[in-house]
Design a protein around this ligand. Structure first.
Ligand SMILES: [Zn+2]
Length: 162
């Protein structure tokens, strides 16, 4: 039994390390690992909502907020590393609004991250929600900065002493 457990653990570690290959990581002062993003999720949301005449941060009866509500869809935005959460939220928004759910997955590195989009797209076919992806192209980036003031790319960096 112990042997089997070890094998499982090894397989699990291997799986996790292969999975995490697609993302760039940072570490907080107290050692937590997180995925680094150049632009905030909200910037992608602003850009997409404008293109689709969507209402951002639409509030449901249960106080949860839909990232973007269009005539036809309740839309959830997430970075590719949060592909699994995006599905849960999308399905909840679909139920709350009566509109068709949609996941818009943000692929900062489309070549490496397409696998996550494909995963969500296949589940969308089974569970009846729509899926599309966007890339940093939608942000209209100039000199590394997007036009959204609330984006992290337009805020001063805080440096911590080590
Ligand atoms: Zn930005």
């Amino acid at each position: 039994m112990k042997f089997m457990k070890r094998i499982f653990l090894l397989l699990f570690i291997l799986f996790v390390s292969v999975e995490s290959y697609a993302f760039e990581y940072g570490y907080t002062n107290n050692g937590f690992k997180y995925v680094k993003h150049k632009h905030s999720e909200s910037s992608y949301q602003h850009a997409w909502a404008k293109l689709h005449n969507g209402i951002e941060e639409y509030e449901n009866k249960d106080m949860t907020r839909v990232d973007c509500l269009t005539k036809t869809h309740a839309v959830e935005f997430d970075f590719a590393n949060k592909w699994a959460e995006s599905i849960g939220q999308c399905l909840h928004y679909q139920r709350m609004t009566g509109k068709r759910g949609m996941v818009v997955l943000i692929l900062e590195n489309p070549q490496k991250e397409m696998v996550y989009y494909n995963r969500v797209r296949e589940l969308g076919k089974i569970y009846n929600f729509d899926v599309e992806y966007i890339t940093p192209q939608i942000l209209n980036i100039k000199n590394g900065k997007c036009p959204y003031k609330d984006c992290k790319c337009n805020q001063k960096k805080i440096y911590y002493k080590k």
